[in-house]
Design a binder for this molecule. Structure first.
Ligand SMILES: Cc1cc2nc3c(=O)[nH]c(=O)nc-3n(C[C@H](O)[C@H](O)[C@H](O)COP(=O)(O)OP(=O)(O)OC[C@H]3O[C@@H](n4cnc5c(N)ncnc54)[C@H](O)[C@@H]3O)c2cc1C
Length: 836
């Protein structure tokens, strides 16, 4: 008994010391007490005089070593300096552009997840969706109206362009100036409002949203608002807000895509003539491609590398990446040709210029901001990436779900709505989950931005996760629709989103790069509590100061690692029973505890991954990608739990929250297990598995739970409406989406009557062939009443319209192709740099 009590007390003390990060002298004293206790026989329960054996020797050596480390000189010589030198060798120097990317934006909830002991208040204090009356009125008024006016097929196929009446409407209503402050003539909307407006438009038309999104995201408007000179603000912002200027922003070039900072576009400070006078200015040569709105733009935001060989600016030769505003009608600007990205209709194209002279005050922010372009871009990206693409992706997932649940309930095969078949239920369950999760993450992230954060790491992970999951949802929707989704035409409501999905995946940092290079590698540096301080310390030119800073960070880091080892083990052994949850967490308390448990495991693996791989993390991208996936699941789970609370904990949503949470944790475990299984140093996986997965990985939610949420989503009502909130919805049968909604209501209402008819057909009492009016026959034979027959006739006609696909006269297709320049087009594939 004594031995048992001793073991329990010793283990409790060990876990307490580790988890509460006891200081070194306490560890040394604890070790000494433990060793004496062993010598006295407490461990075996047989008390005797102190013995001295090999265990006692080991215990005293450890206690002595820990005690010695409490002397600063000894600690520095035997611990800090060797680690400092090893660290210095392992960590590559951070380049200037990397540093600027790292310093841009803010850390917030991501740091809590990286830290392993989340402070819930950092998440729960993020405000729920809040709009001003003006923002709500804009969402319900002009945004709804714009959605009604957008004709997807006309844009994608007939015009291959966004028509002038749509441009006029968005200009007049102020859509192009949502992010521009009221002071400068814009709407000055919050990030949350912008996100909801963009989401609603994109649920109607991917092309329509692009022309609104680009002026309201990274580009001239935002850059001028944040960094412009007073003259630039006064001149351009009201014009941009009114749509008198159409902006585009050109960063990408043929040789600088993902590695945009390696651009070959150049500006040279020199004298030249502008408006009849000789002034100091810039001679620009650029070659850019893929630039959204470029063919339509009047104002080109341009990124280039600036050099000043004659030192006009007094800052040496290489000034760095600089941004300028160039009117597109300025002599020498080549712009107007178009790319055709996946057959979408929004304007996108290349631009170039050779030795184009502009005055110095066209630099965004003026001369003082020359060379700060990369920092400005990264800072805007951290906020912007949190809003636009998550908004359009969440809306894409919600629309795909709304459409597919309606279609799956209306479309019957084998005498059954296809949504009731398990094979179809499976993708539908994924779609329900995705719609809930992406909307949850969109909402909380937009609220963070509204509150003033610029979440750099979260924006990167949300960008890749939301666009990937949206693409999966659109693909699932296509599969559920079969041929109806594939055959294009005015009645196809999926093609636009399907064509747009790869565009979202590629822009604002292509997903493979964002997942495998940016999210975790940057996240670890940004959000890890000690890593960046350690790196900065070893890079400090003043070595004495560097070592001192390093020692301070290392002290914290060792405590952090030890606490995570024991914290992860404790929570994983006890299935999170002792993990923390926010007060009054209610029915989701268990998931908050699982989130805390998972965060501990993540912190442990992330810490060791960074410590052991160091600079190699940049090339070990499969490891970094899986760590990014794990972090993304933690973020999604946080968002889900927050949404459930913010929504007022609707009873019907609990089953969905349980389903999503279980799947998030299963995917989290899968990602982390992948890291351990593939870690470049095999022993790491062997050592960490018992800590992280003492009882194996968690399993995804059960099929029966998926069935429950799908059945609920197939039913018109509050649950389905909440899942698809804030998208454009109409039940006007003249509209292709409205037709679905309208027919769904009728189909559900007529289900019982329909069953009667089906039964009669199965029994052979009524013949269902094209040459027979089977509903009339059923009425004549008394299977249906006249009223029931009328209901089914109407439904039959509506279903026929829902499932119809378009067909064309070949001449019609040829004519459209000729009009769009698809045959005999003047395609050009050269680029200026090659020619040079
Ligand atoms: C429709 C459309 C609109 C756009 N609009 C604009 C715009 O308005 N303004 C603008 O400046 N740009 C714009 N872009 C450019 C966009 O940002 C780039 O396409 C993107 O940065 C990727 O560059 P890339 O296409 O040259 O691909 P590449 O850089 O050639 O990349 C190819 C693949 O390699 C991966 N990859 C590259 N490097 C790494 C790495 N180190 N580690 C792992 N994977 C890596 C990428 O993820 C990608 O999957 C647009 C692009 C498109 C298609």
């Amino acid at each position: 008994m004594l031995g048992f009590i001793f073991t329990v007390l010793s283990l409790t003390a060990l876990f307490a010391l580790a988890m509460y990060r006891a200081p070194l002298p306490v560890w040394a004293a604890a070790m000494a007490i433990f060793t004496v206790s062993l010598q006295l026989g407490l461990g075996s329960g047989e008390l005797h005089w102190p013995v001295f054996n090999v265990w006692a020797l080991a215990g005293w050596l450890i206690a002595g070593g820990l005690f010695a480390l409490t002397f600063p000189e000894i600690k520095r010589k035997f611990l800090v300096l060797p680690v400092y030198r090893a660290f210095k060798g392992a960590m590559p120097a951070i380049s200037e552009t990397e540093r600027e990317a790292l310093e841009a934006g803010t850390v917030g909830w991501d740091a809590e997840l990286f830290g392993g002991q989340p402070d819930w208040s950092k998440l729960t204090s993020v405000p729920p969706i809040t709009l001003t009356d003006e923002e709500r009125a804009f969402l319900d008024g002009p945004t709804e109206e714009l959605c009604r006016r957008l004709k997807d097929w006309r844009m994608r196929h007939e015009l291959h362009d966004v028509p002038d009446d749509i441009w006029d409407f968005v200009r007049e209503e102020g859509f192009l100036g949502m992010l521009i402050s009221k002071e400068h003539g814009g709407l000055g909307f919050s990030a949350q409002a912008q996100s909801l407006v963009l989401g609603k438009i994109s649920s109607r038309s991917s092309d329509g949203v692009t022309i609104v999104m680009v002026p309201n995201s990274l580009g001239p408007g935002e850059l001028i608002e944040k960094y412009g000179t007073e003259e630039q603000k006064a001149h351009y912002l009201p014009r941009l807000a009114r749509g008198e200027e159409i902006p585009c922003f050109a960063l990408t070039g043929p040789f600088s895509g993902s590695d945009a900072a390696s651009m070959r576009d150049i500006g040279v400070v020199t004298k030249g003539r502008h408006e009849g006078r000789e002034v100091v200015g810039l001679k620009l040569t650029w070659d850019k491609r893929y630039i959204t709105l470029a063919p339509k733009a009047t104002l080109l935001g341009l990124a280039f590398r600036l050099f000043d060989p004659d030192n006009h600016l007094g800052r040496g030769e290489d000034i760095g990446i600089t941004l300028a505003l160039v009117p597109t009608n300025h002599p020498g600007v080549e712009i107007g040709r178009r790319h055709l990205p996946c057959g979408t209709a929004f304007p996108n194209g290349p631009t170039s210029g050779k030795d184009v002279f502009i005055p110095l005050d066209w630099i965004i922010g003026g001369q003082a901001r020359a060379g700060q372009g990369w920092r400005m871009l990264m800072s805007c990206l951290a906020a912007g990436r949190s809003v636009s693409l998550p908004a359009t992706s969440a809306a894409g997932a919600k629309s795909a779900l709304r459409i597919s649940t309606a279609y799956a309930r209306i479309r019957k095969q084998f005498n059954l709505p296809i949504g009731f078949m398990e094979g179809v239920e499976e993708p539908l369950a994924r779609m329900v989950e995705t719609a809930y999760e992406l909307e949850a993450a969109r909402a909380v992230t937009a609220s963070m931005v509204t509150a003033g954060e610029k979440p750099a790491v979260i924006s990167a992970l949300l960008k890749y996760v939301s666009t990937e999951r949206m693409r999966d949802s659109v693909n699932d929707a296509m599969d559920i629709h079969g041929g109806k989704g594939i055959c294009d035409g005015p009645s196809n409501y999926l093609q636009g989103a399907y064509q747009m999905a790869p565009v979202c995946i590629t822009v604002e940092g292509a997903n493979i790069l964002t997942r495998t290079l940016i999210t975790f590698a940057q996240g670890a540096l940004r959000s890890h509590p000690y890593l960046l301080r350690e790196i900065e310390a070893v890079q400090d030119q003043d070595e004495a100061r560097g070592v001192a800073d390093f020692e301070e960070a290392l002290d914290g880091h060792v405590g952090f690692t030890v606490s995570n080892i024991f914290g992860a083990l404790l929570h994983n052994l006890t299935f999170g029973a002792f993990a923390d949850a926010p007060p009054n967490a209610g029915p989701t308390a268990r998931w908050w505890r699982q989130l805390a448990r998972a965060s501990r495991s993540f912190a442990l693996v992330a810490d060791l991954t960074v410590a052991l791989l160091g600079g190699r993390l940049k090339v070990k991208q499969k490891i970094a990608g899986r760590m990014a996936d794990a972090l993304a699941e933690l973020y999604l789970l946080s968002s889900i739990l927050k949404r459930y609370d913010d929504d007022g904990r609707p009873e019907d949503d609990l089953k969905l929250v349980n389903y999503c949470a279980q799947n998030c944790l299963a995917r989290f475990d899968l990602a982390l297990a992948g890291v351990l299984d593939n870690f470049p140093l095999g022993w790491v996986g062997v050592c960490l598995r018992p800590l992280v997965f003492p009882f194996g990985a968690r399993r995804p939610a059960k099929d029966r739970d998926g069935k429950e949420i799908v059945r609920a989503a197939l039913q018109p009502g509050a649950f389905r409406d909440r899942l698809t909130r804030e998208i454009f919805i109409t039940d006007d049968p003249a509209d292709r989406i409205g037709l679905l909604e309208h027919t769904l209501q009728k189909a559900v209402a007529a289900e019982a009557i329909d069953k009667k008819l089906e039964s009669a057909i199965r029994k052979g009492e009524v013949k269902r062939f094209y040459n027979n009016d089977w509903i009339a026959e059923a009425e004549a034979k008394g299977v249906l009443t006249a009223e029931e027959a009328g209901t089914l006739k109407e439904l039959n006609e509506l279903v026929g319209r829902v499932i119809a696909v378009d067909d064309f006269d070949p001449a019609e297709i040829a004519a459209a192709n000729t009009a769009n320049g698809s045959s005999g087009s003047q395609a050009r594939t050269s680029n200026q740099s090659e020619a040079a």
